[in-house]
Write a protein of this length. Structure first.
Length: 117
């Protein structure tokens, strides 16, 4: 019912910036949450990065507060993650997700972000 496609990943030097985008399509258009998780190399679980509520309230994981900014368009068809002052420990596959009202969560395929000099 919902499809998500991430874009914007890549290689960036420490201190640099990237913006990730997630295009959301499908029959469901109202979401409790839209956001991002990440999974580091060798990591066995995805960790919370940021989410934005249906009312537009952003919530951040402690490790990215003050550096990352989540936003979405008013139609709730795209969610963005602006990442500034990137650190090597931000290297991970970043996954977009949505949590609809009355339906199961959906995930994208992931986009690789590598922070290295």
């Amino acid at each position: 019912q919902v499809q998500l496609v991430e874009s914007g990943g890549g290689l960036v030097q420490p201190g640099g910036s990237l913006e990730l985008s997630c295009a959301v399509s499908g029959l469901i258009t109202n979401f409790k949450y839209m956001g991002w998780y990440r999974q580091a190399p060798g990591g066995d679980e995805r960790k919370f990065v940021a989410t934005i509520t249906t009312n537009g309230l952003p919530i951040y994981g402690d490790s990215v507060k003050g550096r990352f900014t989540i936003s979405r368009d008013s139609a709730k068809t795209t969610v963005y993650l602006q990442m500034n002052n990137l650190k090597p420990e931000d290297t991970a596959v970043y996954y977009c997700y949505v949590d609809p009202f009355g339906a199961e969560s959906a995930w994208g395929q992931g986009t690789q972000v590598t922070v290295s000099s």
